[in-house]
Design a protein around this ligand. Structure first.
Ligand SMILES: C[S@@+](CC[C@H](N)C(=O)[O-])C[C@H]1O[C@@H](n2cnc3c(N)ncnc32)[C@H](O)[C@@H]1O
Length: 397
């Protein structure tokens, strides 16, 4: 059995190597694992260096079986925190530096600190990722915390679709913003409805923050799931993203005030309608929505006689429900003073459906005619309820 003095000594050596790596900027990352302590759900801790407005610090991501938690520590404080955590039940510590790797193993009878060749030669993004002209930096810390990129800024192989989607989203946002009257506005209020894990919310914040002369942005993610809200807020705080926050609640209940840009990607079924309604009623200049499922219309749809031979096939019924739902949404936006474009976006693991509706506010033209057309379509397919149409109707009554 090892004495506690011997254990302390080995931990101290490990911590000393951590201090040195932080002092000479050779630190890449640190992982604590094989947890045998008393905290029920704790499994691992991943430690990465990040840049905040206050300077460099270490972000600790606590991996629990139930959820993740993030906390930031200054470089001077972090080594003693790692020491506390090792003493509190982590049996394994792996420190990666660009000079050497250090593997600390604490057993009941043995304790060793293995020193090996470095896995990483640089703490920065690998050149092949830098060569590509991405709009967002794959090395940015929130992408690492959200698990899109590795500690050295490489796109994780199972996250490539998400990465492409984030970049495509930023490309669309950029084009909409550049061509809008918001360009001259010094402050922007942006709301992301159904923000989920916050990938796109962070990306929107990052996009505006890294512009040459950034507007002061307030970005709010609305999400029903409290665990996702907590984690996103922790990551936002860890990054010093003062203008970014996540709020737990439903889209329908959220009171956004005056909104400049409203985002709603893959919010489920009629949650997209709730979001579009909020966009219209808060006079958003730009609305970006990628609807998810189209259950509401599909379950009411009646095939007109002439299409019965086509719509008897479930796949055709499904596609027609999607076309009708998103087409009606786009026409309702037009009737309420928006110009719209409906095009194909990138599908994700959430949904193979990939329509995107973008709407920019302009002068309302021909609202009555558009509404008459919508009524004709609804009568043809027996669509009694369409949630956005119902919400807009209630507002008029
Ligand atoms: C498929 S995820 C998409 C997340 C994110 N927008 C994206 O595209 O990566 C949809 C998220 O919307 C949330 N959501 C669905 N309906 C909602 C509602 N009515 N109010 C708030 N959040 C909602 C879900 O909890 C889920 O996290």
């Amino acid at each position: 059995m090892l004495t506690s003095f011997a254990v302390e000594q080995q931990i101290e050596r490990f911590i000393n190597e951590l201090r040195i790596s932080l002092a000479d900027s050779t630190f890449v990352k640190l992982t604590l694992s094989n947890y045998k302590g008393s905290e029920e759900h704790l499994q691992k801790i991943f430690v990465r260096q990040i840049e905040t407005k206050k300077g460099p610090s270490l972000m600790f991501q606590f991996r629990r079986s139930t959820n993740d938690k993030v906390q930031n520590f200054e470089l001077s404080e972090a080594p003693s925190r790692v020491k506390e955590m090792l003493s509190a039940g982590f049996r394994s510590g792996h420190l990666f530096t660009t000079k050497q790797d250090f593997q600390l193993t604490i057993g009941n009878r043995s304790m060793k600190l293995d020193v090996g060749k470095p896995t990483f030669r640089t703490a920065e993004t690998k050149p092949h990722d830098r060569e590509k002209k991405y709009r967002i930096d794959p090395n940015t810390f929130y992408l690492k915390a959200l698990g899109i990129t590795t500690d050295t800024g490489e796109i994780r192989s199972d996250q490539r679709d998400k990465w492409k989607q984030i970049n495509k989203f930023v490309e669309i946002l950029d084009s909409l913003y550049e061509n809008s009257d918001l360009k001259n506005k010094p402050t922007l209020n942006i709301v992301d409805m159904g923000s989920g894990k916050g990938y796109l919310t962070f990306a929107a914040y990052d996009y505006f923050g890294t512009r040459t002369s950034p507007p002061a942005v307030s970005v709010t993610g609305i999400e029903t799931r409290g665990d996702l809200v907590d984690l996103s807020n922790q990551i936002a705080r860890a990054g010093g993203f003062d203008g970014l926050k996540f709020v737990q609640g439903s889209i329908a209940d959220f009171k956004p005030g005056e909104v400049d840009i409203l985002i709603a990607l893959h919010a489920c079924d009629t949650a997209t309608d709730d979001a579009l309604y909020k966009g219209i009623t808060s006079h958003a200049s730009i609305i970006v929505a990628a609807p998810c499922c189209h259950k509401e219309v599909k379950k009411q749809m009646r095939s007109p006689e002439i299409l019965s031979g086509i719509l008897k096939h479930p796949v055709m019924l499904e596609r027609t429900a999607e076309t009708l739902t998103d087409g009606i949404r786009s026409m309702l936006l037009e009737a309420n003073g928006y110009k719209t474009k409906l095009f194909e976006f990138i599908s994700t693991e959430h949904t193979p459906k990939n329509n995107m509706i973008v709407a920019t506010r302009s002068a309302a033209k021909g609202a009555d005619q558009i509404e008459t057309r919508i009524d004709e379509i609804r009568n043809t397919f027996g669509i009694e309820h369409q949630h956005l149409a119902d919400l807009l109707k209630q507002r008029e009554d």
